[in-house]
Ligand binder design. Sequence first.
Ligand code: T46
Length: 137
Amino acid sequence: MLYKRISFDKFEDGNGDLVPIEFNEVSQQVPFDVKRLYFIKCNKGDLNRGYHAHRNLEQVIMCCNGSFILELDDGLGNVEEVYLNEINEAVHIQGVKWRILKEFSEDCLIAVLASQPYDVADYIREYDEFVAYVKDI
Ligand code: T46
């Protein structure tokens, strides 16, 4: 698998759902120190996002509302798709993976936990460069 699934606890009480995520060594709910959180809000019909890989970044990606498909590619011929549509279901990405975010539902809200601060130099945005890079590591 090009990713690992994480299921966070979900508390449903008839008045909505609550998903707590603790960032500490004891709980270890997230397998890295979280340095950054960002949200992506999309709608049905929006253009695909991503089309890049990271040299040195771990991420936990989840869909807080709606749904979308995350496509992952290891540059070695393996491509996998994950459908995310549950507030407590997440995907842990480690290593250099090309990603495409696509097929957003209406009111799709994506949350991403990242292991590093934003660094434009960490991105590989050319597919050929990505394939050459993974073959070299
Ligand atoms: C990823 C997928 C899942 C910042 O200024 N700081 C940030 O932390 C981020 C993530 C982005 N930006 C700026 C850079 C661009 O001007 O936000 C703009 C949109 O970023 P980008 O085109 O990279 O967005 P996506 O949705 O294609 O990719 C993002 C993340 O960049 C990427 O790490 O894995 O979400």
